[in-house]
Structure formats: structure tokens, C-alpha cells
Design a protein around this ligand. Structure first.
Ligand code: SAH
Length: 362
């Protein structure tokens, strides 16, 4: 039994079941036993592979998209480049390298990472180029990145929102109950409890659903969108959110656990598996729009990347190597864009003030 499981069972036996959101937060972010403190999370030896870990081309295209936003903002002398949940720091490294030729852009940037894992903060620091090594800052939340200095922000979040804790509800016996994590015969298991206040965020169409329906909500995601809106409304800038999720709010259970590139039971070994839920893009988009932002998309990742020039970039890159290299570039291209791979499940949402000209890719 993992140390975290022992702690959780003890706590639940003493004070009662905890919400799924509290369980997710403990499993992912516990300062000692949390999943993101593990050494090998990403890539072939880890549990899952994200787009920046598939190919450098992903970060290069995102970098050029961000630089274009900076140019359209009128090339401000200073800009914060903020990444939420940066993992190993691969995406940021690729963004910075790809945008080197954009005149004056590098000199304007200060890098800010929003990252809770100390282990990943260290990996991110190792990947930073010398030019940014001494000025880069780390923060626990987006709200703690300074915002009263009038400096605009470019914000990027890849596979960050799926890691934020969700609440789940189930319609049982004609009424809704909150799905809680309890302890049954010394094992963690789902039990029903009274719905907490976050249930009010679920829309009426879903609430009217049939017996057995599952509803999900991620209040932490709404908080982050609120913080993004406040920042962009006051200092200007743009944000790009990339994640797996759905365009239209719908009932359904998307809570999942991943270990060694396979799905696993989320309650067997807390802290050992990655826990995520699909992102409700409709809710994020509505929240951003209500806060006065222009929300574009969500576009399918494959269409977005091709629209901003991934095909041409792949061709140039492939031309620099032998046949085996060309085949690997083609396979990476497919992985990022094909409908049966990351192309349609992953979506891209852009947020920016209405004054800024519309971004490419939507
Ligand atoms: N963007 C990276 C990593 C995605 S994994 C990539 O694409 O490879 C999720 C990342 O978000 C990890 O770095 C994790 O430590 C971080 N994270 C998860 N929840 C967080 C939170 N609430 N606040 C800050 N960082 C968080």
C-alpha cells in the first residue's frame, strides 16, 4: 500500500469521505507523495507522452503563434511569457529557440512558470537557455504572477487544465448525489454523499438527464480562467489553452488514471498514477466571454497546427536528414494531427481582449 493511501484511509476513517476533487488534489499535488513529484512522469519511460514530448515542431509552432500575438500587440518592450504546468520545460525551451530570429522578442520576454511540483521546477530550470536563466521566476498560482506593472502577458497551457481537480455527481434514485472517496473494508472506493455547493455550476439540461447520469465540474479551471481574464483585461496579451476535452458540455464520466501508458484503477495506488479529466471547453469559453474576453475556438489541434504552418515546417525539417529521419518526422506529424491520434481529441482555445486582431489558426 502506498504511504499516501495509508494517510488517506486514516483521514477518511477519522473524518469521513472526501470529495473526488480533494482526492485528485492530494494524489497529484501532495508535497511529498504527490504524482507530479515522481521522477519519470513523461515520455517513453514515464506514464504518458504529451505533444511537446512527441516533437519539437509542436513548441516551434506555438512559439511562432505567440510571437505573432506580440507583433500584433505593437511589439511592447516588455512581455511576460507565462506557462501553466510546464512539465519538463520542453515546450518553453522549444518556444524560446524557435522565436530567436524574431527581432527584439527575446529581449522583451521574462519567463514565468506556474508550477506546484518542486521536482518539475528543477527540471524546468535546467532547460532554460542562458539568456533567460537568471530572470525566470516560478509561482504557485497564476494569481501570484505580478500583474500591477502594466506589462502584457502571453500565456500558454498545454495539458494543464486536465490535471485540475473535478467534482463528480451521479443521478441515483431520482436525485443527484456527489461522488466521494470513502473507505470500504480498508480499501478506497466511491461512495455517495450530499452534493456540495459546486453542483450549482452544472447546467439544467445535464441536471434533467436520466437515472445513472454522471455530471462533472472543475471549479479550479474557472478560477484560472478568471485570473487569465483579469490579467488580459488590465495588462493586455493573449492566452492559448491546449488540452483534451469536449466542445459542448455533456453528461459523462471522464475521470481517468494512467500509469505506464495504460489506463488503471484510480483508487488502487494513489500518487502512483496520473489522474485527469477531460476539459469542458464550453464552460471555459463561456466563463472567459462573460469576463469580457474574445474566446476563439476550440479548434481541433490537428487543424490548428496545420493552419499555422506545421506541414511546411515538417517539410523543411525532414529535408535536413536521411530517410529514417524523414520517416520519423512524418510519424510525429501524424501523431500530432491525425484524427485517430491527437488531432481531434485535443483542442485549442485562444483568449484575448477584443481590441487585438484575430489570431491565426481559428
Ligand atoms: N505542459 C507539460 C506538462 C503537462 S502535465 C507538457 O505538455 O508536457 C501537468 C503539469 O501541470 C505538471 O507540470 C504539473 O506539475 C502541473 N500542475 C498540475 N496541477 C497544477 C496546479 N494546480 N498548479 C500548478 N501546476 C500544476
Amino acid at each position: 500500500m502506498t504511504a499516501l493511501k495509508q494517510q488517506l484511509i486514516k483521514r477518511i476513517e477519522a473524518t469521513g469521505p472526501i470529495t473526488l476533487a480533494a482526492y485528485m488534489a492530494e494524489c497529484l499535488m501532495h508535497p511529498e507523495h504527490g504524482y507530479y513529484q515522481k521522477q519519470a512522469v513523461f515520455g517513453a519511460e514515464g506514464d504518458f507522452t504529451t505533444a511537446p514530448e512527441v516533437s519539437q515542431m509542436f513548441g516551434e509552432m506555438i512559439g511562432l503563434w505567440l510571437a505573432d500575438r506580440w507583433i500584433k500587440m505593437g511589439r511592447p518592450d516588455a512581455v511576460k511569457l507565462i506557462e501553466l504546468g510546464a512539465g519538463r520545460g520542453t515546450l518553453m525551451a522549444d518556444i524560446l529557440r524557435a522565436t530567436e530570429p524574431v527581432e527584439d522578442f527575446q529581449a522583451a520576454i521574462t519567463v514565468h512558470f506556474v508550477e506546484t511540483s518542486t521536482q518539475l521546477r528543477a527540471q524546468q530550470a535546467e532547460r532554460m537557455p542562458i539568456a533567460h536563466a537568471t530572470t525566470t521566476q516560478w509561482h504557485d498560482t497564476l494569481a501570484s504572477v505580478p500583474s500591477d506593472d502594466g506589462v502584457p502577458s502571453l500565456i500558454i497551457a498545454n495539458e494543464f487544465f486536465d490535471a485540475l481537480p473535478i467534482h463528480q455527481y451521479e443521478k441515483s434514485g431520482g436525485k443527484w448525489v456527489e461522488r466521494m472517496v470513502g473507505s470500504i473494508d480498508g480499501e478506497l472506493a466511491l461512495v455517495g454523499g450530499p452534493c456540495g455547493p459546486q453542483f450549482s455550476l452544472i447546467n439544467d439540461a445535464i441536471k434533467a438527464g436520466p437515472e445513472g447520469s454522471i455530471a462533472e465540474v472543475c471549479p479550479a479551471a474557472l478560477t484560472v480562467v478568471g485570473d487569465i481574464a483579469e490579467r488580459l483585461n488590465t495588462g493586455g496579451g493573449a492566452a492559448l489553452v491546449v488540452d483534451y476535452g469536449y466542445r459542448k458540455a455533456a453528461a459523462g464520466d471522464t475521470f481517468q488514471a494512467m500509469q505506464n501508458h495504460a489506463f488503471t484503477d484510480p483508487f488502487t495506488a494513489p500518487g502512483e498514477a496520473d489522474l485527469t479529466a477531460h476539459v469542458n471547453f464550453e464552460m471555459l469559453k463561456t466563463a472567459a466571454t462573460e469576463k469580457g474576453l474574445n474566446a476563439l475556438g476550440p479548434a481541433m489541434q490537428g487543424m490548428f497546427l496545420m493552419a499555422i504552418g506545421l506541414g511546411a515546417r515538417a517539410q523543411v525539417l525532414a529535408g535536413q536528414g536521411d530517410e529514417a529521419f524523414q520517416a520519423s518526422i512524418l510519424s510525429d506529424l501524424k501523431r500530432l494531427t491525425a484524427t485517430d491520434q491527437m488531432g481531434t481529441l485535443f483542442k485549442v482555445l485562444a483568449l484575448q481582449p477584443h481590441e487585438l486582431p484575430a489570431p491565426p489558426g481559428f
